[in-house]
Every structure is written in C-alpha cells, then in structure tokens.
Design a binder for this molecule. Structure first.
Ligand code: FAD
Length: 393
C-alpha cells in the first residue's frame, strides 16, 4: 500500500488543472500530489476540442500559452436554425480555438510534470472507499491510501459511482465524426449539398423540433497539421422519456445537406455527464471535478469547465490542509458561488427553456428574431465567467 496526501484520479483537464492550481497557489503541497490515469499521454479522447475564451483565461492565469498546442482558429461562431441565425465574431482575434485533445492533454500533462508533480500512467482505478482517517483506492497496480482524493475521472469514471452510488446521473448523448474539409465530389454530383466556409464553427439547432435537446456542430480542426472538419450531434437528453429522432440519422441528414455522406466516415460516441444544481459533488475526503462533477448541459461544453473545477478544487484542498478539516462540506457551495457554478446554473436554466419549447416557431423566434437578446444574455450570463474563479495571485 502506498501512502500519499493528495491523490488525483484522472489526468484529463480537470485533474491536471487541479494539480496546476495547487502548484501555483499552495506550492508546499506540490510534493504531496500524485496523479493516476488508466491511459498514457498522448491518449485519444473523443472531443471536438472547441476552447472558449474562458479556457484560455484560466490557462493564462496559470502562466500557460495554449498557442504552443497545434490548433485551428475559427473566426466566427454561427448559431443557426434552418439555414440562418446568429453569428458571433470577435473582431480583434479568433472566436473559438480548436485543439485536438490528445495533443492538448499531453501538453497540459507536460506542464504538470515540469512543476515537479508525478503522473503515474496505465494505472486503472477499481474502487474508492473513504473512511474517517483517509481514503483507500484500489487499482490494478496495487492499493493507495490518501488523505484526500479528487475524482477527475470523467463522465464514466468510477469515483462518483463508488462514493455517491445513489445519486441520479444525468448524461447527454453525443456522436462525433471527422471528415476532410471538402465534401466528396461524387456525393455532391449525386445531389448532396455544398460544403460550408472553412473558417467558421457552426452550431445548428434545426434538430430541436424533432425532440433532440441539442444541436449538430461542424468545426474546423486539424489532424497532424492537415486541415479537417469535426462534425457531431449533442443531445442533452433532459427528457429521456421523449419520443425523439435517432441521433445518427439526424447527423447524417445535416451532413448530407452540406455534401458529406456520414457512411464514408467512422462515427464514435461518448456520454457527457452534466451538472444539475442539486447534484452532490463531494463526500468527506473526496471531491469531484470536471465531468465527474458535471459539465454544461446547454452545449456539453466541458473543457473550460474542467479547468475551472480545478481552480475551485485546489482552493478547497489547500484550505482543508490549513484547517485540518477534510469534510469538504463547503465545496458544493464554493463551486456554486464561483463564476463556474454561476454559469453552470444559468446554462442549466437556459437548456431547460431552449430545449423544452421545441416548437418550430419558438426556435425561429429565438435564433432569427431575438438575436440581440440571445447574444446579450450569452455575453452577460453564459460567457466571461473565468475571471470570477478563485485566484490567490
Ligand atoms: C463527442 C464530444 C465532443 C465534445 N466537444 C467538446 C468541445 O468542443 N468543447 C468542450 O469544451 N467540451 C467538449 N466535450 C466535453 C469534454 O470532452 C469533457 O467535458 C472534458 O473532457 C472533461 O474533462 P475531464 O478532465 O473532467 O474528463 P476527461 O477528459 O474524460 O478525463 C478523465 C481522465 O480520467 C481517466 N480515467 C477514467 N477512468 C479512470 C480509471 N478508472 N482509472 C484511472 N484513470 C481513469 C481517463 O483516462 C482520462 O484521462 C465533448 C465531449 C464529447 C464526448
């Protein structure tokens, strides 16, 4: 059995951000941190890789420059319903930065190692059991005993299942596919539609009236320097009991409108666990971060959220060592009061309105006629939250 003070389970953005914030804000704890992951970086992670400004703000506050990672910048983000809608463009620079997660997470892991923290890879966590004096973590490489554990093991992670087995689980359904930038000429000649402009990121809500509580997306990306596009469909699945169109067919129809045949490409799926205000995210000695705690239900955006959870979790852990109190009773309130918790709450409310009223006329009103209201709400309440995270600098 190996003893450690702070054991972080999962070396994705949530676990790595927790470690990086600990190193920045509580450097005396750095040597007391160990991170475990079942994979080895660079590891594949199904994700469109869209980084919003808030992610970059958190990274910049950690002294990190994300442009070191291969990326593609989308000049505009388009929110469409049936062919037109709201376009957001940052006139001074990019609107959305798109990375590949194998490269981004490996880069972040490198920064953690540079700060002197160990990431032990290819160690799969099987069981997590907290008690009054610590936490026992069983892995396929032996047992660990920790003072505190951070469950940052993602949407399908074991930590939540072990420590909060009776909590309700809310998961979105998500499918993704990578294609070349241009549609196949043969498909287009046979009646398929035309490709879109290469520079934009598209979110299309035309599928909402068919019961899908989400959107299809189409982002520019790159793989090993080659320009590509990443397509996908997100269904928050707030009402699993609804009769809804099949995800795959809906994505296939949308891609076909733009000249792509889904059948030509490999389709992959992965759930996203989303945040609900009443969900428990800690028990004594264990706290959850990132998808394990809950991502954004509105868009399924989770990278900036995971980085944000890291800031809040680190503040909670640092203070718990100062006080010698590992109950983590204050952690849910600390998350809820931070910029992260505020945006998650707003997005949860907005998702329940935008996706509940699935009538076509309502979606047309929203995306075609209420554009200034939607843009203003997004700017004030949905984005720009990272500046309200704990920052001891
Ligand atoms: C198809 C798709 C597209 C998406 N697109 C976007 C997007 O464009 N923008 C965005 O912001 N978000 C997007 N997301 C959401 C985003 O990917 C997640 O919210 C984000 O990865 C959460 O980070 P995390 O660190 O909490 O979890 P993860 O990134 O899942 O990391 C968890 C880590 O834990 C490890 N792990 C899991 N189980 C164990 C175990 N038993 N033992 C040891 N290690 C374990 C894993 O190997 C992994 O490294 C998308 C998600 C999907 C599915």
């Amino acid at each position: 059995m190996q003893n450690v003070d702070i054991l972080i389970l999962g070396a994705g953005p949530a676990g790595l951000s927790t470690a990086l914030h600990l190193a920045r804000d509580f450097p005396h704890l750095t040597t007391r941190v160990l991170i475990l992951d079942k994979a080895r970086h660079p590891r594949p992670k199904l994700c469109a890789g869209g980084l919003v400004r808030d992610a970059e703000t958190i990274l910049a506050r950690l002294g990190l420059d994300v442009t070191e990672v291969p990326h593609v910048d989308a000049s505009a983000a388009h929110f469409d319903f049936e062919g037109s809608g709201l376009s957001i463009r940052n006139r001074k620079s990019h609107t959305l930065r798109v990375i590949r997660r194998n490269e981004f997470d490996a880069w972040l892991a490198g920064k953690v190692r540079e700060r002197g923290m160990e990431i032990r890879e290819e160690v799969t966590v099987k069981d997590v059991t907290p008690d009054d004096d610590g936490v026992t973590v069983v892995t396929d490489q032996g047992e660990f005993r920790a003072q505190v554990v951070v469950g940052a093991d993602g949407s399908k992670g074991v930590t939540r299942r072990c420590v909060l087995p009776r909590e309700p689980v809310h998961t979105a359904r998500v499918l993704e596919v990578i294609t070349p930038t241009q549609p196949s000429p043969i498909f287009s000649e046979n009646g398929g539609g035309q490709g879109r402009g290469r520079e934009g990121a598209y979110f299309d809500f035309s599928c909402v009236p068919s019961g899908i509580e989400g959107y299809t997306w189409d982002f520019p990306t790159q793989i090993q320097g080659q320009p590509m596009r990443c397509w996908g469909i997100y269904d928050a699945n707030l009402h699993p009991e609804w009769d809804k169109s099949a995800l795959k067919e809906t994505l296939a129809e949308e891609m076909s409108r733009h000249g792509f045949d889904l059948g030509d490409y490999e389709l992959q799926g992965h759930p996203i666990r989303w945040y609900a205000p009443w969900t428990s995210i800690s028990v004594p000695r264990v706290l959850l971060a990132g998808d394990a705690a809950g991502a954004d239900p509105l868009f399924g955006e989770g990278i900036s959220m995971a980085l944000g959870y890291g800031a809040v979790a680190s503040a909670e852990i640092g203070e718990s060592f100062q006080r010698g109190d590992f109950s983590f009773r204050r952690y849910p309130r600390r998350v809820a009061r931070s910029g992260l918790g505020q945006t998650l709450l707003v997005r949860w409310v907005v998702a329940r309105v935008v996706y509940k009223f699935k009538w076509r006329w309502f979606q047309i009103l929203l995306w075609h006629f209420l554009k200034p209201v939607v843009a203003g709400t997004a700017w004030l309440l949905v984005l720009n939250w990272a500046g309200r995270l704990p920052n001891r600098r």
